[in-house]
Design a protein around this ligand. Sequence first.
Ligand code: HPA
Length: 270
Amino acid sequence: MLDQIKETYDFLRNQIGDFQPAVGIVLGTGLGKLVDDIEIQYEVSYEDIPNFVKPTVEFHSGRLLFGILGDKKVVCMQGRFHFYEGYTMKEITFPVRVMKQLGIETLVISNAAGGLNPEFNVSDIMIIEDHISLLLPSNPLLGENIMGDRFPDMSEPYTKGMITRAFEIAKEHNLKGIVKGTYVSVTGPQLETKAEYKMLRNFGADAVGMSTVPEVIVARQMNIPVFGISVITDLCDPENLEVADINKIIAAAGKAEPTMTFLIKEIVKG
Ligand code: HPA
């Protein structure tokens, strides 16, 4: 894989010259509009990037963007790869390894998630404090260790300082619906049964989704500080479960998008 990372790095370097991103951003389902706030300098379609797999989910446009957000140089994945699309964990997390080579010092990662915590409301923004991986038994670190620690520490996968800062920003700017909690990742693509929601809540999770954890594991293995956001798109209360409607999920993500974008812009300022 090191050869592939180098090939992809060389390809991108050739496109972006000496542009040096400080922050990597991964945008989740229905959360692509943050790119409107990026002063884009270079844009590369995933299809053109050697060793990137092709996205299959229609909501994702699949572009790697390089530009300025606020006062920071960023590289932004508009659209991510999911395990349920049939890719391997190594394929899903490959872009994070490439972003590390490009020089990122922080990873900001977002997703659309179902709310398990009964206090949560649709379109709340959950700052991720911790995670549980139920993307088992797969894991991007299985096999030969090519970069970073063999046994990465996971005592603080999401940097406390940035979590605290997010709540300060929320207070300073009177942002509503900012909550925090534990994200649990499942494979999907089917949504969960009532019994599964009950189990996930009993495990201690506040939100459930089908992404994020693989990228965070890889980022932490390479010592990249991570800030994570889940936008709560639907409520997963087993006693009052409604039939999931993907259009409603996308609409709920859209409603939270301006606040999420503002928060990310402020966090990225440092
Ligand atoms: N499960 C339930 N609800 C969701 C999910 C999920 O994985 N993602 C977004 N809403």
